[in-house]
Write a protein that binds this ligand. Structure first.
Ligand code: FES
Length: 153
């Protein structure tokens, strides 16, 4: 589907801005919002470019830079901290071969940190795209990535 077709699935009202940005980002193979997509959205909603770029830049869930096919979001909020996520983050970095904020060379994974994922009772937690993974341990982390790699090689 083209950028225009994605945008036109929504009514041209300002309240749809976040929904449109989500749809555009999710449809891009590199999981980000292109300048062209933001400009097209501004035209469609009759907003200024600055307003649309401002919203896209404000929310951490949106990216203006190319990212991996899988966005790994590791929760670093208090309950996950207590459950020792700080000891698991280096395991994830080592497993992926990148530091937080980076994308793997093969374009498969981008590693990010996130605020509470709403999974505190089963912390420590992370999300990979829309899927939540709880009760993480080093072994579980290696299993998760090995499974994703085997399904996407
Ligand atoms: S603090 Fe990590 S899921 Fe709530």
């Amino acid at each position: 589907m083209s950028t225009k077709e994605i945008i036109r699935q929504f009514d041209p009202v300002k309240d749809n801005l976040l929904n449109i940005l989500h749809a555009l980002q999710n449809s891009h193979p590199q999981n980000y919002l292109t300048e062209e997509a933001l400009e097209e959205t501004a035209r469609y909603l009759k907003l200024t470019k600055a307003a649309v770029f401002g919203v896209a830049g404000y929310y951490s869930m949106f990216s203006l830079r190319p990212r991996g096919r899988f966005i790994v979001r590791v929760c670093i909020s208090p309950v996950c901290e207590v459950m020792k996520i700080h000891a698991l983050l280096p395991v994830i970095e080592e497993e992926l071969g990148v530091s937080t904020g980076e994308t793997t060379k093969n374009g498969l994974f981008t590693l990010e940190t996130a605020e509470c994922l709403g999974q505190c009772q089963e912390a420590p937690s992370m999300m990979i795209n829309d899927k939540v993974y709880n009760n993480l341990s080093g072994e579980r982390i290696r299993e998760i990535f090995s499974e994703i790699r085997s399904q996407n090689s």
